[in-house]
Design a protein around this ligand. Structure first.
Ligand code: NAP
Ligand code: ZN
Ligand code: ZN
Length: 347
């Protein structure tokens, strides 16, 4: 089996270290991708640190992957050598259940295979994008349009689709008032995408520190959630709120900001529960919902939408040896707005 350079966690408490991981031999339907950039998603940190449950180590995270196709299996028809390719959070699913057939592979009844930390078809544990190469079934490989710079495209594979999917599902567009809670990796993509869809966008951040950036990214308004006056001023105003916060926040306070029939979609995934009071919902027929990434076809649709609207992620490109430092900055909400690893620094 080919061995490739990687950065991996060896336990929930130790920093990531330079190491190697094994890639399977190219099967008939597989694509070999030479990875150029890999984004750092907060989910990488939750996972390697055990927030979501025990993991098998060593584990190389990373599910915001872009690179070049360097080899294809004998039966591959969807991708060609030399193509700009992307891989997001999924590398396989059952392909037969109702949700897979609908293109909702992320909600596969048998459990989709995650890009890292999942049990693969051959029984091994999948290893993600903090590596120089990855082998993926052609059906789970995306085409990255030429118009989007590679490093700015990587975060679209998770942060982009995770905000695009609920914005589309709940009809963000002209005449809709959308709020995005938390201006981090997901949040800044949510602002750009909701703005491009024609919605009126408000950022709800902990402070006003990033206000200028928020308005530049496409927000029409920006408020600090640390100021109680924000919750009075905005009561009952939004049709849709996307909560991207990685920690447990007071959901009831945010539900009060929804208009009648409004929906708060939670995409943040803290380990702690998010308790909801019955009265936060029933007095205005509000909904509290969740959403996980998006299916493969929808991810391609999102990439094409981004190319059409000139959207990429705002990134800080780092060398692999800066990963641990970047993790600390993400945890301190000091990210503008996605760290992306230049995988050439792993060689
Ligand atoms: P991120 O870049 O760290 O952004 C999270 C933002 O939340 C921060 O920038 C900060 O924004 C705000 N925040 C952080 N701690 C907070 C606290 N204690 N109280 C209030 N606000 C706080 O993280 P991300 O990569 O965007 O991911 C966000 C969450 O979504 C993570 O839990 C991740 O696992 C999850 N996720 C879910 C999916 C899905 O499919 N549903 C996909 C990807 C990620 P401000 O500084 O503006 O307040
Ligand atoms: Zn992610
Ligand atoms: Zn399925």
């Amino acid at each position: 089996m080919p061995t490739v350079n990687a950065y991996a966690a060896t336990s929930a408490t130790e920093p990531l270290v330079k190491t190697t991981v094994e890639r399977r031999e190219l099967g008939p339907n597989d694509v070999l991708i030479e990875i150029k950039y890999a984004g750092i998603c907060h989910s990488d940190i939750h996972t390697v640190r055990g927030d979501w449950g025990p993991q098998s180590y060593p584990l190389a995270p990373g599910h915001e992957i872009v690179g070049i196709v360097t080899e294809i299996g004998a039966e591959v028809t969807k991708h060609a050598v030399g193509e700009r390719a992307g891989v997001g959070c999924l590398v396989n699913s059952c392909r037969e259940c109702e949700q897979c057939r609908k293109g909702n592979e992320q909600y596969c009844a048998k459990g989709a295979t995650g890009t890292y930390g999942s049990v693969d078809a051959d029984g091994t544990i999948t290893q993600g994008g903090y590596t120089t190469h990855i082998v993926v079934d052609e059906n789970f490989v995306l085409r990255v349009p030429e118009g989007i710079p590679f490093e700015a495209a990587a975060p679209l594979l998770c942060a982009g689709i995770t905000t695009y999917s609920p914005l589309r599902h709940w009809g963000a567009g002209p005449g809709k008032k959308v709020a995005v809670v938390g201006l981090g990796g997901l949040g800044h993509m949510g602002v750009k995408l909701a703005h491009a869809m024609g919605a009126e966008v408000t950022v709800l951040s902990q402070s006003l520190k990033k206000q200028e950036d928020g308005l530049r990214l496409g927000a029409d308004a920006y408020y600090a959630t640390s100021d109680p006056a924000t919750f009075e001023a905005l009561a009952g105003s939004f049709d849709l709120i996307i909560n991207t916060v990685s920690a447990a926040v007071d959901i009831n306070a945010f539900l009060q900001l929804l208009t009648v029939d409004g929906t708060l979609v939670n995409v943040g995934a803290p380990a702690e529960p998010l308790p909801v009071a019955a009265f936060s919902l029933l007095m205005a027929r509000r909904s509290f919902a969740g959403s996980a990434i998006g299916g493969i076809a929808e991810t391609q649709e999102m990439l094409d939408f981004c190319a059409e609207h000139g959207i990429g992620s705002d990134v800080e490109v780092i060398a692999a040896e800066q990963i641990n430092e970047a993790y600390e900055r993400v945890l301190a909400s000091d990210v503008r707005y996605r760290f992306v690893i230049d995988t050439a620094t792993m060689n």
